[in-house]
Write a protein that binds this ligand. Sequence first.
Ligand code: M6R
Length: 435
Amino acid sequence: MCRVIYLEDNDIVHMRKGEYTVYNWNDVDSASVEVRRTIQTLTMEVGQIMKGGYDHYMQKEIFEQAETIAQTMQGRIKATPLSPIKFGVPNVDRLLYPRVRLGGLVDFVSTIRRSRRIIFIGCGTSYHAALCSRQTMEELTQMPVVLELAGDILDRRCPIFRDDTCVFVSQSGETADTMRAMEYAKGSGALCVGITNTVGSAIARSSHCGIHINAGAEIGVASTKAYTSQIVAITMMAIVLADDQISKRKRINEIVDSLLELPDAIKKCLLLDDSIRSLAESLKGENSLLMFGRGRNYATAVEAALKVKEVSYMHSEGINAGEMKHGPLALVDEHMPIIVFATKDEMHGKMQGVIQQLMARNARLIIICNEDEIDILDMVGDRYPLIMVPNADEALQPVVNIIPLQLLSYHLTLLRGFNVDQPRNLAKSVTVTEE
Ligand code: M6R
């Protein structure tokens, strides 16, 4: 347990011999005023912030994702007679609704449903989580869903309206760009929803309502478990918003059943660790690594590339495979390693076409596909390494697909001799903005 005080904007703390005084300097021309800030107690277990037997925080955080995802769903999802009781909520009849309950949104669901648009706003990995979940949000709600980088929204002063819902996604809840974008959106009168991992953070406190992802403290600079829990949280939000539509119930049931199976799929995926380490051995001397994905797995490609570059310092780029012919194909030769996401979703056929085109150019491929894949196996034989991952509903397959890439970036970093938890030039929480 530790005791904290949260500082407000323009607060200054004067510390002397264990005593402290807080002043607020709202107006630089006037004398500062002493203010009281309540001391709060954080009930965080020491074990939660220790490495718990792992060598690095990043490794621990990758390996605890079966549990952290279960925590994100804990008490929020109802199982059905067809899916075993999990996460402490009793079975209900398959036709009884709602399947998902998010306490932090209950009073705001009808306002969000009436919005002109849902705008997701975030930076880095948190932005990628929104990019990954956008299609599910569109599919279930049939509402316009827009994505914005927090910094860019401010640069453009982009129009936001009072009937917009802005969803701010942030692991730390303290990212300056995201926070400033929220102030900007609030100024336009929009409803502000926070999706954060940090209770009491600035974004959690300043949003009108929100969802805590409950993934536990994330210490490694590279965000891993927060990403998968953010996707689960946004997926649950989409389900809540759509559960008044009878036409969506079959689809909601499919997604909920897959959510309940997700922790087991992740556990299975983590068993790939040794083979991913061998793959990292074969790639550790490369200068560049491309990731090709499409549909929801475009997000997997850009997130995987961000993980690789930020900790291993290897150049990596996530490419929308639909854009391949518009430039990236020029990079393809027999030397450039390319990871292709070709799991079974609505893009499966198109990704087979991508693989064929890359094979025709003698590309050096590494293919991520499902365990029960047949077509791709027939097509490539033993020409390329295949990373075979467990199946999930297409809305959630990216949560499974990112696991081997998190492991790859972890192993690449160690093999290249860098600090996996604290990469150079980066901070866990980016509390300053680019002026
Ligand atoms: O705390 P936030 O989620 O708001 O942080 C946003 C980004 O700074 C963060 O995701 C960053 O990109 C990570 N280092 C990526 O691993």
